[in-house]
Ligand binder design. Structure first.
Ligand SMILES: [Zn+2]
Length: 271
């Protein structure tokens, strides 16, 4: 996961008027899904906010994109609500409630391998359930449990294990840890085929870091070694770039490799 700046979203001509009309109809009792074309028309514009059309939750490219627009606060039934909740219908056409997501993160499903279950669907747990909104009101009243890619630093709470690519919390703080663990389950980030891909990427990163650590001391006195070191350093930089798959988790792994003898690692993280 990485930070997505929603202020960069560009709306197509006439979209705001259509959203407004749909919103009025839904507040008068219509089913939001009858106006699904309205949010679907924003799909490509949302995808443009993150390179390579990656899913905002798991950072894999979205290839099957029928339901790629997720409502962060569900537009229909809310599974986690203490009382019957018919959905945050008043946010059904609010672009700030949209997240671009792959089918695995967005839809509830069982993983065939590893027996995992996940997918967001109607999930929206809160840390303060008593303050849940059942009608339009200030969103700041709610404290979502799910990590939100549209908040500046929440993505930093998600990492992965180098040895198997499984996602993990990066913080020991009990609340932050709980939020990461719930997000892993709800977004199905522990889906086994995804973990395998994440592991393959982390194996490559670690091999490059190891090579970088060998070359760095030699590069100071040897021009040929300097050249080789630069090639490896650039490769590591590419692995943590916003364009790369699982770049958030790779940043977490690279942070763990920082060492006083290798100041170049911190420099790459800041580059
Ligand atoms: Zn995803």
């Amino acid at each position: 996961m990485r930070y997505i700046d929603q202020d960069e979203l560009r709306l197509p001509d006439g979209w705001t008027d259509r959203a407004q009309a749909a919103s009025v109809a839904v507040l008068a009792g219509a089913d939001p899904d009858d106006y699904a074309g309205v949010w679907r028309d924003l799909k490509d514009f949302l995808a443009d906010l993150f390179p390579e059309k990656k899913c905002w939750y798991c950072e894999t490219p979205v290839d099957r994109a029928d339901n790629a627009v997720d409502h962060f606060r569900p537009k229909g039934r809310v599974g986690d609500a203490a009382n019957i909740h018919t959905g945050y219908r008043w946010l059904a056409f609010d672009p700030r409630n949209f997240r671009y997501a792959c089918t695995f993160c967005n839809s509830r499903r069982k993983g065939i391998e590893g027996l995992t279950v996940g997918g967001k669907a109607d999930r929206f747990p809160l840390l303060n359930e008593a303050n849940r909104l059942y009608a339009a009101g200030p969103l700041s009243q709610e404290t979502p449990e799910l990590l939100d890619p549209c908040q500046l630093h929440e993505w930093e709470l998600l990492g992965c294990r180098q040895e198997n690519g499984k996602p993990c919390a990066t913080s020991q703080d009990p609340v932050e840890k709980k939020r990461a663990e719930t997000s892993i389950e709800v977004y199905h980030l522990h889906y086994e085929p995804t973990c395998k891909k994440r592991h393959a990427v982390s194996v490559q990163l670690m091999a490059d870091v190891e090579q970088g650590k060998l070359l760095f001391p030699l590069s100071r006195t040897d021009n040929a070694m300097q050249e080789l070191f630069t090639i490896v350093a650039r490769k590591i930089r590419r692995a943590i770039d916003r364009k790369a798959v699982f770049s958030g988790e790779m940043i977490f792994l690279l942070k763990g490799q920082r060492h006083v003898d290798h100041p170049w690692i911190q420099k790459l993280l800041e580059a």
